[in-house]
Design a protein around this ligand. Structure first.
Ligand SMILES: [Zn+2]
Length: 118
């Protein structure tokens, strides 16, 4: 069986029920990643997304010398950062960099940050 979207062999087979109608999809690896990657992310995809969140929030903190507000986090799709009040920006950055490093090293997170799955 070939992919719905190209001539490659379909390796991912999905059944979706939308509005009570069954839709079957047959996708190759590449298109499965594109089509369903965000809905059914693999561990690797999730890690990439997480690492990207952290890179962006680290860039934000470096640029503004403060953590984003809740409103900014939502608007810019950044992770919520709520450092304890006595923690300096430099400490927060080090802490975030450590998390980013461990994400990139594919280590499990240690419950310091909660991710909301969509
Ligand atoms: Zn394909």
């Amino acid at each position: 069986m070939t992919c719905d979207l190209c001539e490659s062999a379909a390796t991912v087979h999905l059944t979706e029920i939308r509005c009570g109608v069954k839709h079957e999809r047959h996708l190759c690896d590449r298109h499965a990643e594109q089509v369903i990657g965000t809905r059914f992310p693999t561990a690797e995809t999730r890690n990439r997304v997480r690492a990207d969140y952290f890179r962006r929030v680290i860039a934000f903190i470096k640029e503004h010398n403060r953590v984003p507000t809740t409103e900014e986090s939502l608007r810019l799709k950044l992770p919520m950062v709520s450092p304890s009040s006595q923690e300096s920006i430099a400490d927060t950055l080090r802490w975030m960099q450590r998390i980013l490093d461990s994400i990139e090293a594919n280590e499990p997170l240690h419950g310091e940050i909660e991710f909301k799955d969509e």
